[in-house]
Write a new protein. Structure first.
Length: 250
């Protein structure tokens, strides 16, 4: 899921990347909304709130929403910078590093929220900043990997792209309807798994509260393991085969 570039990616790889990351975004957004009453996987609402507080001259809230926007921006910047820096050395390392950082941040949110969070205003603002940074990492990474095809939480853009691609699919001048159909399938996969993640996030947050954030790094680690598992199994089988040869020789 993380190794192949846009031109080399199969439909299966794109569907797996779209479903897993959209599920993470859905869980994170709803859990963040229930815990902090704020969006944590996208910034559209934060831009509107920033404008509102500018008009009302509510300077403290202006600064908070501006910081949240910058944290999402910073996550996207760091992700792209890391990918660009390591891409010529190892594509898997380049793409997995931002995901490792995201997993560490969300694990930290789970530990802090589950054990230390006292629901103060400052704590809320800091934790939201951390989650927005991690979502910026993810959104930028997934977009870069898929060549802009997959955006795991940008549903406004998703519906825009979906409308255009459905029109393209139905248009009589469209020659390659399979390509258009694959794009539509990926868009619906993002939408479906985002909704599924949102429902799961809401249900399990009501049961386990911050402990739900422990589950998100597990999904991210599974994504990373998927690419290295064939190599790991190959090395393991070679070690096993060499061990059997030594036993036979002795």
């Amino acid at each position: 899921m993380l190794k192949a570039i846009k031109e080399q990616r199969t439909l299966k790889e794109n569907l797996m990347l779209a479903s897993s990351t959209a599920f993470v975004a859905g869980v994170t957004n709803v859990a963040g909304m229930l815990a902090f009453l704020a969006f944590t996987s996208n910034i559209t609402g934060h831009v509107a709130n920033l404008a509102k507080h500018i008009i009302e001259q509510n300077y403290r809230q202006m600064i908070i929403f501006l910081v949240w926007l910058l944290m999402f921006f910073a996550g996207a910047f760091v992700s792209s910078f890391i990918v660009r820096s390591f891409d010529d050395k190892s594509r898997w390392r380049a793409n997995s590093t931002p995901m490792v950082i995201e997993a560490i941040i969300l694990l930290g949110v789970a530990i802090y929220g589950h054990n230390f969070y006292r629901e103060t205003q400052m704590e809320r603002e800091i934790v939201i900043s951390a989650i927005l940074f991690s979502m910026g990492l993810q959104n930028s990474l997934v977009s870069n990997i898929s060549g802009g095809l997959i955006k795991s939480s940008h549903l406004t853009g998703l519906f825009t792209d979906l409308g255009s691609e459905v029109a393209e699919w139905f248009h009589p001048r469209t020659e390659n309807t399979e390509t258009a159909g694959n794009k539509i399938l990926i868009r619906f996969t993002v939408l479906g798994f985002y909704l599924f993640g949102a429902l799961a996030g809401g249900y399990f947050f009501n049961l386990y509260e911050f402990a739900i954030f422990y589950f998100i790094p597990v999904i991210l680690l599974t994504i990373m393991y998927y690419d290295v598992s064939p190599l790991a199994l190959h090395k393991l089988s070679r070690m096993f085969a060499s061990g059997r040869k030594r036993q036979t020789a002795s």
